[in-house]
Ligand binder design. Structure first.
Ligand SMILES: Cc1cc2nc3c(=O)[nH]c(=O)nc-3n(C[C@H](O)[C@H](O)[C@H](O)COP(=O)(O)O)c2cc1C
Length: 182
């Protein structure tokens, strides 16, 4: 059994949802999972593995997550880990958009210097009911580009929960019975 910390930021809630699903999957497999927003997250010291998640907004991952990773890089480099990025580009059927989602995730890791064993780009959601008028219009335009839904009367969730589950298991599988990375 491993003690695993899950750190995330969210704007409209989907990354929080994914972080809690990962925690649920890990707990179901007998691990101890703790979920924390980046701004309140503890030091990763003492955890068997760390999962970090951020949504993409306007082509960038959340600053709070970037800062947390940079602050704790030394410990993270000695700890098993996984990073997940949440975006609409990852929901697209266009391979160029999917490549863009991966490029943004790679750019985040490059910027922080962190090299976790697992990386995933999850499709996010269109939460039209939570957007103000301007955001609704922007998102409708982005959705049209990504092949997403443009009827703003409804919310849409594109996350593939099976791949979230697989990612959680991949991260847990990197942790030997009780050890830090060598
Ligand atoms: C204002 C705004 C800007 C966004 N910009 C991008 C973007 O540049 N690329 C992209 O793939 N998705 C973009 N998205 C989609 C989000 O990544 C997606 O809705 C995700 O589920 C948000 O996660 P959260 O609910 O955890 O904040 C944007 C969403 C909003 C509301």
């Amino acid at each position: 059994m491993a003690k695993i910390l899950i750190v995330y930021a969210t704007c409209e809630g989907q990354t929080a949802h994914i972080a809690h699903e990962i925690a649920g999957a890990l707990r179901a497999d007998g691990h101890e999972a703790e979920v924390s927003r980046a701004q309140d997250a503890p030091s990763p010291s003492g955890y068997g593995a760390v999962v970090v998640g951020s949504p993409v907004h306007a082509g960038r991952h959340e600053r709070a997550v970037l800062e947390w990773v940079k602050t704790h890089l030394e410990v993270l480099e000695k700890t098993h880990g996984g990073f997940f990025s949440v975006s609409l580009a990852a929901a697209s059927e266009d391979p160029n958009e999917q490549a863009e989602a991966k490029r943004l995730a790679d750019a985040f890791l490059f910027k922080t210097g962190w090299r976790p064993e697992s990386l995933a780009c999850f499709a996010g959601a269109l939460a039209y009911s939570r957007y103000g008028l301007l955001k609704k219009l922007i998102m409708r335009r982005i959705a049209a580009k990504e092949g997403g839904a443009t009827d703003t009367a409804h919310d849409y969730e594109y996350t593939d929960w099976d791949s979230v589950l697989r990612f959680a298991r991949d991260v847990a599988a990197t942790v030997p019975a009780a050890s830090a990375k060598h």
